[in-house]
Write a protein that binds this ligand. Structure first.
Ligand SMILES: [Zn+2]
Length: 179
């Protein structure tokens, strides 16, 4: 894994609509702070507020780039001067490519910075903390002490560099080839 020391400011901040769950996951894997509309309710949505309006005002207040499949949502965001990309394709690698075409300069290396599930910050599991790994049934316990592990500070999910990360890097390499 690379770029661990990268400053957080180098990563872009996004808010995404409900059609872009998979893209949100990928942006987090790439280190970008990405709030997904479906998660917004628990964060910032006033009870009677329309979700589209809430997404726009969240993007405005938090200075985030809005990503949406919805033409009308894109229009109302742009009217307010919010940086916004209307995504046109369905496949997630093509969607990343669309961002690059719009000069949204996303990082294209997986980095252990954000939880892909909840957007929380992840940190390395230190020596002596192995107990938090053993609590999770999905962690390959035979690799404790051999691999590096990371833990999400928000939801507790555990990450490690296994085939999961390798597959992602291969996909991204394919994307970089066509750029
Ligand atoms: Zn998490």
């Amino acid at each position: 894994m690379v770029n661990i020391e990268k400053e957080e400011e180098e990563y872009l901040r996004f808010v995404t609509d409900r059609m872009l769950g998979k893209l949100s996951t990928w942006l987090r894997i790439l280190g970008h702070d990405t709030v997904y509309a479906a998660d917004l309710k628990t964060i910032d949505l006033a009870e009677d507020e329309d979700e589209d309006k809430a997404i726009v005002s969240f993007a405005e207040q938090k200075a985030r780039i809005l990503l949406t499949r919805d033409k009308n949502l894109a229009l109302s965001a742009r009217k307010k001067g919010i940086q916004c990309v209307q995504i046109k394709t369905d496949e997630v690698m093509e969607q990343l490519n669309e961002l690059l075409c719009h000069h949204i300069n996303i990082n294209l290396e997986p980095v252990p910075v954000r939880c892909s599930e909840c957007n929380g910050k992840i940190r390395k599991v230190e020596e002596g903390e192995e107990d938090i790994l053993k609590e999770k049934s999905y962690v390959p316990t035979s690799m404790i002490g051999k691999w590096h592990f990371w833990v999400c500070e928000h939801c507790g999910r555990i990450y490690w560099e296994g085939s999961h990360w390798r597959n992602m890097r291969e996909k991204l390499d394919q994307l970089k080839e066509v750029l």
